[in-house]
Design a protein around this ligand. Structure first.
Ligand code: MN
Length: 158
């Protein structure tokens, strides 16, 4: 069964995501803040991470940065789940190393679409084998002078 980690500080959102994922047949793990998410990614090795941006202790931007910097975790598919809805936010989020983006409130069909797209892409990458190593470097290069997490986090606790 495919393991998906939900990192989200809001219990209601977490529960909603859990239900949607379990309905789709995924096995679900939960983390309530960014630090816990990082620990669980290391310890439980989920196949995918749904990562809220606004979280206490460590926000989603800090989490994705640490994941992409860590050679053991760098290829983990990570989808941002966020209420940011302004023009350009999606591009910004993708430039930080996320593989996808879901806006809150998450609806069933966009979640399903995104998971199918990313897991399909991931298994193709595994089948191809080789080019895993290059990806983090490319992504890090693409980030360049991107604004810091605090600058692009105008909504505090979303
Ligand atoms: Mn949040």
């Amino acid at each position: 069964m495919i393991k998906v980690l939900i990192a989200e500080d809001n219990a209601v959102n977490r529960e909603l995501l859990r239900e949607l994922l379990e309905l789709r047949g995924y096995s679900v793990l939960e983390a309530c803040d960014g630090q816990e998410a990082l620990q669980m990614v290391e310890q439980s090795r989920p196949e995918m991470l749904l990562l809220d941006i606004g979280m206490p202790v460590m926000d989603g931007f800090a989490v994705i940065q640490r994941i992409r910097e860590n050679p053991r975790l760098a290829t983990l598919p990570v989808v941002a789940v966020t209420a940011y809805a302004m023009r350009g936010d999606q591009e910004r989020i993708l430039s930080c190393g996320f593989d996808g983006y879901l806006s809150k409130p998450v609806n069933v069909s966009s979640l399903a679409q995104e998971l199918d797209r990313i897991l399909a892409k991931d298994s193709q990458a595994v089948n191809r084998g080789q080019d895993h190593e290059e990806q983090p470097a490319k992504k890090a290069g693409a980030v360049g002078g991107t604004a810091s997490a605090t600058e692009i986090n105008p909504f505090g606790s979303t």
